[in-house]
Write a protein that binds this ligand. Sequence first.
Ligand SMILES: *[C@@H]1O[C@H](CO)[C@@H](O)[C@H](O)[C@H]1NC(C)=O
Length: 303
Amino acid sequence: MRLIGSMQTALAGVLLLVGGVSSVTAAAPKSMFLFKDVLQSNTTGLTTSGFNTLLIFRIGLTDAGDLVYYSTGDAGEAVDAPVVSGGVYTGGAALSDKIRSFKTAASTQVDRVEVSLVSHDTTFQIIRDLVASEGTGPESTLYRNFAALAAAWDVDALNNDDEGVYDMTSTVAFAKMLGGLGLQYTIAPYTNSAFWADAVGRINTDQKKLLDRVYLQVYDGGAGNDPASWQKALGGMKIAPVEWVINDAKPSEGTTPEAAQAEFARWFSEGSVEGAGYWNDYDVEKMGSSYTAYGKVLTDVFG
Ligand SMILES: *[C@@H]1O[C@H](CO)[C@@H](O)[C@H](O)[C@H]1NC(C)=O
């Protein structure tokens, strides 16, 4: 079935209302990681090119647990925007309106917005320490701050891109806290499948699959990753491989739409992948590449 995203969303909603349970299986992830400041990137390109999932990269935590939106501007400059402090959203209406518009703009195909946390920051150390000192109950700093962010931005999922801390206790506690807030949880591994397999088992302890997507890095440090091996390691979970678009930071890691299409189609035919995506929008715009071309790869392969 090939429908445009907004029709598909509307149809799924109608079926849910009429039938009580949806007979439409969730659409395959067609994803783009947003490295560029969302206030400077091409919103129309991002929302109308076939992507149904946008991942905002990234939110970091200060030592006190306040949340900061770190991104990159059009000229490559670092953009740091404090967004939550003491359980209150402080990021301003321009930013929250922009992010909410990803799912509400008239012609959008996006129905899911995720926020990434990455271990290049001290984020996962701080989460580990806050879980140890305060726990994750409704009065905790983590609970109050992520609840405020999720409400202000209408976030659907948090994406864990831990590439170094790998603390199981806080990873599971934090994921379950987010589940309690009505959010989904996803991961973006490039290595350490043993850790992630254990985490999936501890987080998905019921049928609801709190951890519902695996965005596997198949570029740079993860270039040798094979989705079928990861699917096996993670107990059969389907994999959404993520390729790096053409870029001038590491040109040899850049993938053209044509090369991505061949690769994604091959893995899809092998049965290990469900959806795919790209790292990242900043490079698409800097290199003058086409969102339409990269998005069409995903709709061609995954519908
Ligand atoms: C935004 O992206 C679309 C789709 O790739 C493109 O047609 C359009 O020219 C872009 N707009 C700007 C201002 O770059």
